[in-house]
Ligand binder design. Structure first.
Ligand SMILES: [Mn+2]
Length: 263
């Protein structure tokens, strides 16, 4: 495996910072056009909410995917489910919930932007809906959320991706809500047994390490986000966290993954 492999975590609408960070790694030019050559670049989801230009970020990543002939690709995160769920169901109440719940309520509570909803097109929806939630590349198991809940959809990467895809293609609010709820859970690998939990997941889905976004590194270390300058390896070195908390003042990390991960 010769080509460089990069991952980027939760961008949350920060298009300018993302463009600058990719330019600093020579993956795009100043105008934001792909210059990455044979490099492969994966985004781990959460393009929208909490920041000014979520749709701009989606447009940008879609364009890079096209310009790179698919060497740039993306997983979706919980905020894409929220964006699409808000678009599809609005303030419709989730059936059989113990207290009133709706995508509109959660969308407001989680930094949803009216401007992103207004600019969301069928083209964006189709692209997002057809992205995976899990991907294995060179023994790196890429996922948005640091959770074991993905296994509730299946025991192979394809099964999980297909199950989530089926939910997002359908109009079952209960199933959509479960999708949002599961992908919002976190911290599965943080406890004293975090390494064992990660190994359990890797044994089922494959790969030698988990690479995730979603949970901000600074929170885990108990330091301000401004102090973060690289990814965090933890859980007996089985897990790599790459979300430096761009929306809360951290940097936009463009993380190059090592091709020598030892299983
Ligand atoms: Mn997230």
């Amino acid at each position: 495996m010769e080509r460089p492999l990069f991952v980027v975590g939760d961008v949350h609408g920060h298009l300018a910072e993302l463009t600058r960070a990719l330019h600093a790694r020579d993956l795009v030019d100043e105008a934001g056009d792909w210059t990455g050559g044979d490099a492969e670049l994966w985004f781990l989801g959460d393009f929208v909410d909490r920041g000014p230009d979520g749709i701009g970020v989606i447009e940008f990543v879609m364009r890079l995917a096209e310009q790179s002939s698919g060497q740039v690709n993306a997983l979706i995160g919980n905020h894409e489910v929220l964006l699409l769920g808000m678009h599809r169901f609005g303030d419709e109440n989730v059936p059989n919930a113990p207290t009133p719940r709706s995508f509109a309520r959660s969308w407001l509570l989680n930094g949803g932007l009216r401007s992103d909803q207004d600019r969301l097109t069928d083209r964006h929806i189709e692209w997002l809906t057809s992205r995976p939630v899990l991907h294995l590349v060179d023994d790196h198991l890429l996922m948005h959320s640091d959770t074991m809940a993905y296994l509730e959809w299946g025991t192979t990467i394809d099964e999980v991706n297909d199950a989530v895809h089926a939910v997002l293609e359908g109009h079952d609010l209960g199933a959509w809500w479960e999708c949002w709820r599961k992908m919002t859970t976190r911290y599965a690998f943080r406890g004293a047994d975090g390494g064992a939990v990660a190994v359990e997941l890797l044994d089922v889905l494959g790969g030698a390490e988990v690479v995730h976004g979603h949970s901000v590194i600074a929170d885990q270390l108990g330091v301000p986000p401004e102090e973060i300058d690289g990814p965090l390896r933890y859980a007996d070195d089985k897990v790599l966290a790459i979300d430096a908390g761009l929306f809360s003042g951290g940097p936009c990390l463009v993380v190059e993954l090592d091709d020598s991960v030892v299983p």
